[in-house]
Design a protein around this ligand. Structure first.
Ligand code: ADP
Length: 538
């Protein structure tokens, strides 16, 4: 008896060592079952765990081929409920041993079942079988139960560990795939974790950034401070000497730890482009009030900023563009109406011409605004037909030729240019806009060339001037609504920044593309493509 207890202690010690060494669960269960079966001198042993569907599946087998073990386990399921069957080491009255023996392929005369319980829930059982000899005694049952308890603890630990790992994987995936940037900082503000979105914003890879101070990763310029909770904001990544956060707070006053700091600023990226970012920093304290981490949530607000600027540009441009013609019309009309003046015919004709021109300008502006709002509302319609681009361009040029003396016009269409499938009135708008821009933005005058060639199923049209050109970093934004390049000329030339936006919308409605090739002071050439009439819209 003494030696049984000693051996038991020895086995249990080995098992608890194996558990702390984090042996994987299947090996651990095998070790437990083997030890238990050897301890009580049984020939066959089975450790089964209840699956999600209620089935009992063998997790460790002793003395049986796996296929036999599965058959035995299936019978056990078909027998009585485990709790009723084996509680206290009784065999199931409904399950004759002859059936189990047939399934096992060897005679099983003695059987004992010990339940595996975790948090009062029956999660499985250990079975030990003998092919002969005496029934299992109280001592042996106790021994088996202590092993069953160890197995239950191991299963519980493994399940908890799996739950925690699954939870961690889920959180990692949420952080990694979050559309906004996520930054996890150590208390001394070095990067511990940075997600993909933030890597894309900053140009740093997560590996490069790890361990770096955050003021290297997120050096915001022109930053303005705000606070999510109305507390004075703090730019935690401004510089290495940014004011420190309290490393410890009073755990009795957890509200101290609730503060989030919000800051907005510009980030200069490696390629030279800028992003406007909004960063919310939230310090994370443990239950003892020690600073664990600072979580940074980074949102790219460049578009909002641009939209805000766009709105104010819209108001100033529109009011200016509307007011000028109205003031002119009113001025000329008032002068003509003066009862004390007698105007000669030429003056009256000139004044009326100005009134008509300005009214036309107002009309165009209103049409453009209506078109822009139709595009935004998605109700922009085309009436496509066959269009001869060379003819259309020559009509446009004829009209502009009368308006300028400084510019010369040249048409350069390949002789066999096919008809295009397009809405002629809309295309005229595109050519009008591009040509009037070519004139406006080459104030010194010079040649303006309009031409086109065929390229497979497409025709490419271009309008080229030798004017002030467009700096490369502005070219991406030209086609946005109300965007105007901030040059000295912008203030002198009339315009709303709607022309190119409409051109792009019209060309794209034809399944075409529009782009520009230019450089500062080198003139500009705008290109767009249209489908060949015979080939239809692709
Ligand atoms: P706008 O009414 O200001 O002319 P557009 O949308 O037609 O509006 O053009 C947007 C901006 O693109 C212009 O303000 C100008 O800065 C620039 N731009 C357009 N065409 C040219 C060109 N041919 N040469 C130089 N800059 C141009």
């Amino acid at each position: 008896m003494q030696s049984l207890q000693l051996r038991q202690r020895d086995y249990l010690l080995r098992i608890s060592r194996a558990m702390t060494a984090r042996l994987d669960l299947p090996s651990l269960l095998r070790l437990i079952l083997n030890s238990a079966v050897e301890m009580v001198g049984a020939e066959v042993g089975l450790l089964v765990l209840r699956q999600a569907d209620g089935r009992l599946a063998p997790q460790a087998i002793y003395g049986l081929p796996p296929a036999r073990a599965v058959q035995v386990a299936a019978l056990l399921r078909e027998g009585r409920d485990l709790a009723g069957a084996g509680e206290g080491g009784r065999t199931s009255p409904e399950l004759p041993l002859s059936l189990l023996s047939a399934a096992a392929g060897i005679p099983l005369r003695q059987v004992v079942q010990m339940p595996l319980r975790s948090d009062d829930e029956l999660i499985g059982a250990i079975y030990a079988f003998r092919s002969g000899g005496a029934a299992f005694g109280v001592n042996e049952r106790q021994v088996l139960q202590s092993f069953a308890d160890q197995a239950a603890i191991a299963v519980r630990n493994a399940r908890l560990y799996e739950q925690v790992s699954a939870e961690k994987r889920r959180l990692d995936a949420i952080i990694e795939n979050s559309a906004s940037g996520v930054l996890i900082l150590s208390p001394d503000r070095r990067v511990q974790v940075m997600n993909r979105a933030l890597a894309a914003m900053t140009g740093w890879s997560a590996e490069e950034a790890r361990g770096e101070p955050c003021w290297k990763i997120l050096p915001l310029e022109n930053s303005s401070l705000g606070s999510a909770e109305g507390v004075a904001g703090q730019n935690l990544c401004a510089a290495h000497d940014a004011p420190p956060l309290p490393h410890e707070i009073d755990p009795a006053r957890p509200e101290q730890a609730q503060t989030s700091y919000y800051v907005e600023g510009d980030l200069l990226r490696p390629g030279g482009s800028r992003l406007t970012l909004g960063v919310t920093y939230t310090p994370l304290y443990d239950s003892e009030g020690r600073l664990l981490n600072i979580i940074g949530n980074v949102v790219d607000i460049t578009r909002f900023r641009e939209a805000e600027q766009m709105k104010s540009t819209f108001i100033s441009v529109i009011s200016h563009e509307l007011k000028t013609p109205v003031a002119l019309i009113k001025g000329y009309a008032g002068t003509l109406r003066r009862p004390d003046a007698a105007w000669d015919r030429a003056t009256v004709a000139d004044s009326l011409a100005v009134i008509e021109e300005e009214a036309d300008r107002l009309n165009t502006l209103i049409d453009n605004l209506l078109d822009a709002s139709r595009i935004q509302a998605g109700v922009f319609k085309l009436e496509p037909g066959a269009v001869d681009m060379a003819r259309l361009a020559s009509k446009v040029v004829e009209r502009f030729r009368r308006q300028t003396e400084r510019h010369t016009f040249e048409l350069d269409f390949s002789a066999d240019l096919p008809l295009v499938l397009a809405d002629e009135a809309r295309l005229r708008q595109v050519l009008d806009n591009l040509t009037s821009n070519a004139i406006k933005y080459s104030p010194q005058g010079g040649p303006i060339r309009i031409g086109g060639w065929q390229d497979g199923h497409e025709v490419t049209i271009f309008v080229a001037d030798q004017g002030i050109g467009i700096p490369e970093d502005e070219q991406g934004r030209l086609f946005a609504s109300f965007y105007r390049v901030d040059s000295g000329l912008r203030r002198q030339t009339k315009g709303t920044g709607l022309g190119l936006y409409l051109c792009k919308a019209i060309v794209e409605a034809h399944n075409g593309r529009i782009w520009v090739r230019s450089g500062q002071g080198q003139g500009a050439t705008f290109f767009f493509t249209l489908p060949v009439y015979a080939d239809g819209f692709n």
